[in-house]
Design a protein around this ligand. Structure first.
Ligand code: AMP
Length: 113
């Protein structure tokens, strides 16, 4: 989508610290990390948020979780990490392109603020 920040990152129009890419998803470090390890995994397809996941595109989400399991091993996060997707402004979503935050490397409080 022309006006989407994350679509521009996928297209290479905006630089990112890429970790991983395949036909379905793209992963890069968050520009404003909230933990010692904080990266994002996003679908290449422009899905605006978790509320737009349906039976037709949910396999993308399954794939992303498999990639997250692989990347957390690769980045030595062990088995202690958090996967977060914010949906909607009240939940803190600031970029309208589905993305999964992966946070690791410190104790993470619950519930989030
Ligand atoms: P959210 O607030 O859940 O929508 O998450 C959006 C995330 O994207 C935030 O954690 C931002 O720090 C991150 N972000 C915004 N712009 C960039 C960028 N150019 N490169 C990497 N991460 C970004």
């Amino acid at each position: 989508m022309a006006d989407c920040l994350f679509c521009k990152i996928i297209a290479g129009e905006i630089p990112s610290k890429k970790i991983y890419e395949d036909d379905i998803c793209y992963s890069f470090y968050d520009i404003d990390p909230k933990a010692p390890v904080h990266f994002l995994v996003i679908p290449k397809a422009h899905i605006t948020g978790a509320n737009q996941v349906n039976e037709d595109n949910s396999s993308i989400v399954g794939h992303i979780f498999a990639v997250i399991a692989q990347l957390t091993k690769q980045l030595d996060c062990g088995d202690d990490y958090r996967v977060v997707t914010n949906c909607g402004k009240m939940a803190g979503q600031s970029v309208d392109h589905l993305h999964f935050h992966v946070l690791a490397g410190r104790e993470l409080g619950w519930p989030p603020g």
